[in-house]
Design a protein. Sequence first.
Length: 117
Amino acid sequence: MKKLLLLVIFLLQVVVQPFAFDAKSIHNVSIDTKNCTITKDGRVFPLHGKVQIVDAFPDFTVKIVDAFADIDVQLVNSFPDDCGEVQLVDVFPDVRVQIVESFPDLEVKLVESFPGF
């Protein structure tokens, strides 16, 4: 009986292990804190600048969280030049993002001051 139980546990580990994944590893996403960029599928995007919120075909997806964010973001009206500063625009964006609830490429926290990492 003990051997049967161990065999079942082993088989479950072998079957379930290949399906365990991290959503960020599927999309080949990496964050460069030194240069304030995000790389997704070989394309590099700045984590500051003019951002357009879209419903489809984003450059990367974002989840807004209250804690344990990848980056703190401050919404500004002009000159989004520093890391984490974002100006929302409708035309000519630097980056297009989609707000999602699950499996984001980047998690952000909205702050009033001190944006960045």
